[in-house]
Design a protein around this ligand. Structure first.
Ligand code: ZN
Length: 287
C-alpha cells in the first residue's frame, strides 16, 4: 500500500513539470542553411528549424534522401528560396506527402535573370525576413507577438549590417571595385553595392581550371586592370600563385555564397557570412 502511494507520488512529481511545459515547438524545414538561419532568428524558441542542405552543401544540385521526405512529412511549415534555386524540391514535396504550406521566401523580390542568389543583397534579406515572419504567424497565430518582436530586432541588426557593407565598399577606390570570380553568385550583391563581379572569359565554372584557362585569366586581368581574383575552382596552389605573380592581382580566399560554414567556422550565420565576405573583399581590393 505504502509502496503504491510512493509510486503514485513519484508519478505526480514527474507528471507536473511536463504538464506545466509550453506547447511543442513549431516544426519548420528550410531548404538550405542560410534560409534556416533567417528562420531561426525570426522564430526563436517557439520553433525547431532544420535545414535540408547542410552547411557546405550545394542547394543547386542537392540529392534529397528518404530522411528529407520524412522531415517534410513531419513539418508544419516549409520555407524555400524559390527563383529556381531548389530544382529538386517539387518532387521531394510530392513524394513526402506533406500537408505543410510551402512558403517562398523571395516573394516580392525583383529577380535578376537566372540568378537565384537574392539573399546576397542585405536589402533583399530584409524582405526574406518579413516574408518568414508573416509565414510563421500564419502557421502559428498565437505566436504573433513573439514573431513580430523577434523579426523587428533582427531587421534592426540587418540595417546595421547593410550600413557596414556600404561603408566597406565606399572605402575602396571606385576604379578598384571589380574582381574576377568563377562562381556566378554575386549578381545581387554587385547590383546593390556597386561592385563588378566579372566572370573569367571562356572558363568553365564547373570544373577545375586548366593551365590554358589560367593563361587566359591572366590576360583578362591585365587588360581590364582588375585588382583581385576569387577563384573557387582553381585549387592548385601553383596556378593561383602563377596568377598572382603574372597578373599582379591579389588572389582572395573563397567567398561564402550559397551556404554557411559549420557553426564554429567564420560564417556560421547570415550576418557573419556577409561580414566575412566584405572583409575578404576589402582586403583584396584595397590598394
Ligand atoms: Zn549558387
Amino acid at each position: 500500500m505504502l509502496r503504491r502511494t510512493l509510486i503514485a507520488a513519484c508519478l505526480t512529481l514527474i507528471a507536473l513539470p511536463a504538464g506545466a511545459q509550453e506547447a511543442p515547438r513549431l516544426s519548420v524545414v528550410a531548404s538550405f542553411s542560410i534560409l534556416a538561419d533567417l528562420v531561426r532568428n525570426v522564430g526563436g524558441d517557439r520553433i525547431a528549424v532544420t535545414s535540408l542542405v547542410a552547411p557546405g552543401g550545394d542547394a543547386h544540385v542537392y540529392a534529397p534522401s528518404p530522411q528529407d521526405a520524412r522531415k517534410l512529412a513531419d513539418a508544419s511549415l516549409i520555407v524555400i528560396n524559390g527563383l529556381k534555386l531548389e530544382g529538386w524540391i517539387d518532387r521531394l514535396v510530392k513524394s513526402s506527402g506533406t500537408k505543410a504550406r510551402i512558403a517562398v521566401a523571395t516573394r516580392g523580390i525583383t529577380p535578376l535573370q537566372s540568378d537565384p542568389h537574392a539573399w546576397q543583397s542585405v536589402a533583399n534579406a530584409k524582405l526574406y525576413v518579413a516574408n518568414i515572419r508573416d509565414d510563421l504567424i500564419a502557421a502559428d497565430p498565437s505566436g504573433e507577438a513573439a514573431y513580430e518582436a523577434q523579426a523587428s530586432a533582427y531587421l534592426a541588426r540587418l540595417d546595421t549590417l547593410e550600413a557596414q557593407v556600404r561603408a566597406a565598399i565606399a572605402a575602396i577606390p571606385p576604379e578598384r571595385r571589380k574582381l574576377v570570380t568563377t562562381h556566378d553568385a554575386f549578381g545581387y550583391f554587385g547590383a546593390a553595392y556597386g561592385l563588378a563581379f566579372i566572370a573569367p572569359l571562356g572558363v568553365s565554372t564547373d570544373s577545375e581550371a586548366s593551365a590554358k584557362d589560367v593563361a587566359r585569366i591572366i590576360r583578362q586581368i591585365k587588360a581590364q586592370k582588375i585588382p583581385a581574383v576569387f577563384l573557387e575552382n582553381v585549387t592548385d596552389p601553383r596556378l593561383t600563385s602563377q596568377i598572382a605573380r603574372e597578373s599582379g592581382a591579389k588572389v582572395g580566399g573563397a567567398l561564402y555564397s550559397d551556404g554557411l560554414s559549420p557553426p564554429d567556422g567564420p560564417a556560421g550565420t547570415y550576418i557573419d557570412m556577409v561580414q566575412y565576405n566584405i572583409r575578404e573583399l576589402q582586403a583584396a581590393l584595397s590598394p
